[in-house]
Design a binder for this molecule. Structure first.
Ligand code: ASP
Length: 601
């Protein structure tokens, strides 16, 4: 028997046809001697019927015998005749819900052990915990929801490849066994047996190689690239993940941004048949921090923070006075408009917001309600009519609006303000899952400077071209981030192509000459052979696909993800390695070589 149709294919037009369908027994039930089976495959579910009374050809006994082995999730094959379902038993939710297949021949292809959980379309609440599903991921993949997520991901990547191909990009594979590329995480290292005591690093991204491809005149490169970062487990991180990685020669920032907007719009059209609004909104790093307290602001809603330090600094309110007497402090206000909050934030909710702000590390929060022509709260008595009127104007306060104020060290205020803003948006349900608001974070700094030690770290990575002289305070870098609904999807930049400038930046980052030569000597050498001006970007595919599908986690869109602790529950990795193997790699002897034997005893 060979399958003639998938389980998602048969319709009323097929009634009367003799067919063969194959798939998995999802569910079976006996209705007074008549047996109904939901046969499932990747494409849908077809109802099979075995009615001993009503058999058009076929051997009842052998069918009945075979059906006894049709246990849940066994792989089976059935031949039969397509017929219309009895009136009233149609299932309009199922594409094949008008028909059923009356079995004339049945075979078990491979009997299944009792599955550890049901694989239908059931709600999250009846599924076992994620750990069990990851342990049996191959079964979890049979669930329509997971199956559809991987198919969506495939269509996404396919559309991206089509667009990039049309735009003159070529896909090039770069090495997996390589030297360290600094993207700010630890490397996974792979020992070399042939050269004992030496190690490859798995790429944190193809950064250096894609730049070398530009030196090598490839002009427009892309890759669906696997990246490996050994980071401490965080809620939604995976030690290996996939980027859509790109690089272009002879371009400026705007060319890369235009290309990405075209790419995302093309994907939108392919997946949703909808036009995506471009160009994306641009927001400078400093505006993002000052207004939204985040370098990846969610722009689906407003609720900006507004500085009011200059207005309230003269109020005779002790708490503000005390805070502002210290350097680097600020006071900001939010206007939670009555139009969006209605009566949802009363006294109790305000108390909860105050606790939230305290747990985020600020001393507290001041609040007031706008009345018809003033402000109402127990601290307003410290404000002169002039302060009140200026506050009302700056915050655009209208009757019924709720004004929240945060005061403290500026960095702390902005960060807490950012968290408070997202909390308010969640509480007031301002984050519509079907709204996709892309934005570019631009005018980024070149470095992140630790205020205590003065130590510089790259804001993006060390290959970004500076846009101001490097010794300027708050030097700028030619990097930009793509942000969607408060999540960073990827970063891009114009790169340094002058080896001397690249060396200077490495040095500013505190890397010694010796280390520069050892780690990046080959790269600096390559830049010295007429490296073209170039730049690129990488988008996190797992993240983007998971947002588009409204999934909680990137694990939901990866075929075989690790759990939150970076373990694969399916195959049990990471695993201990036999001593023999370690000896062959000379790892045991090296490790022991470092340990004082007396310590062991
Ligand atoms: N390699 C960078 C990253 O992984 C992306 C880029 O600069 O193109 O974030």
């Amino acid at each position: 028997m060979k399958r003639t149709h998938t389980c998602g294919e048969l319709r009323s037009a097929d009634i009367g046809k003799k067919v063969c369908v194959q798939g998995w027994v999802r569910f079976s039930r006996d209705h007074g001697g008549v047996e109904f089976i939901d046969l499932a495959d990747a494409y849908g579910i077809t109802q099979l019927v075995f009615d001993p009374e009503d058999i058009s050809g076929g051997d009842r006994n052998s069918i009945s015998e075979a059906l006894r082995s049709f246990t849940r999730e066994s792989a089976v094959s059935a031949e039969g005749i397509v017929r219309k379902r009895v009136k009233g038993t149609e299932d309009p939710k199922n594409k094949t819900g008008e028909i059923e297949v009356l079995i004339t021949k049945a075979d078990v292809l491979n009997r299944s052990r009792t599955p550890p959980f049901e694989l239908g379309d059931q709600k999250e609440s009846v599924l076992p915990g994620e750990e069990t599903r990851l342990r049996y991921r191959y079964l979890d993949l049979r669930r329509p929801e997971v199956n559809e997520a991987l198919r969506f991901r495939h269509r996404f990547v396919k559309a991206a490849r089509e667009y990039l191909d049309k735009s003159g990009f070529i896909e090039v594979e770069t090495p997996m066994l390589t030297k360290s590329t600094p993207e700010g995480a630890r490397d996974f290292v792979v020992p070399s047996r042939v050269h004992p005591g030496t190690f490859y690093a798995l790429p944190q991204s193809p950064q250096l190689f894609k730049q070398l491809l530009m030196v090598g005149s490839m002009d427009r490169y892309y890759q669906v690239a696997r990246c490996f970062r050994d980071e401490d487990s965080r809620a939604d991180r995976q030690p290996e993940f996939t980027q859509l990685d790109m690089e272009m020669s002879f371009v400026e920032m705007i060319d890369i941004q235009n290309m990405i907007e075209g790419l995302v719009a093309y994907i939108w059209k392919s997946l949703y048949n909808k036009k995506l609004e471009t160009p994306f909104e641009r927001i400078s790093f400093s505006d993002a921090m000052n207004k939204y307290g985040s370098d990846k602001p969610d722009l689906r809603y407003g609720l900006p923070m507004i500085s009011v330090t200059d207005i309230v600094k003269d109020a005779e309110y002790d708490i503000f006075q005390k805070i502002l007497s210290k350097d680097g402090t600020a006071i900001v206000g939010f206007n939670v408009k009555h139009e969006i909050a209605g009566d949802k934030i009363g006294r109790n909710e305000v108390d909860r917001l105050i606790s939230f702000v305290k747990s985020a590390g600020l001393g507290g929060m001041t609040w007031m309600r706008a009345t018809k022509d003033s402000l109402d709260s127990n601290i307003v008595k410290y404000f002169t009519p002039e302060i009140i009127s200026k506050l009302r104007e700056r915050l655009d306060a209208k009757e019924g609006d709720l004004i929240l104020m945060l005061a403290g060290p500026k960095k702390n205020v902005l960060e807490t303000g950012g968290l408070l803003r997202s909390k308010l948006a969640d509480d007031l349900e301002l984050t519509d899952k079907d709204t996709f608001k892309f934005a570019w974070l631009v005018d980024c700094p070149m470095f992140e400077v630790d205020p205590a030690s003065g130590k510089k770290d790259p804001f993006h990575h060390p290959f970004v071209l500076p846009t101001t002289p490097l010794d300027t305070e708050n030097a700028g870098g030619a990097s930009f981030d793509l942000v969607l609904n408060g999540i960073e999807l990827g970063s891009g930049s114009i790169r340094i192509h002058d080896p001397e400038l690249q060396r200077t930046v490495f040095k500013m980052l505190g890397i010694s000459e010796e280390r520069i030569d050892e780690n990046f000597g080959f790269f600096l050498e390559a830049l010295g052979y007429g490296a073209p001006p170039h730049g690129g970007i990488a988008l996190g595919i797992d993240r983007l696909v998971s947002i588009l599908l409204g999934k909680e986690s990137i694990r939901d869109v990866i075929a075989f993800p690790k759990n939150k602790k970076a373990q694969s529950l399916l195959d049990g990795s990471p695993q201990k390695v036999d001593d023999e193997k370690l000896e062959e790699l000379q790892i045991i002897s090296m490790a022991i070589g470092d340990i004082d034997i007396e310590d062991i005893e």
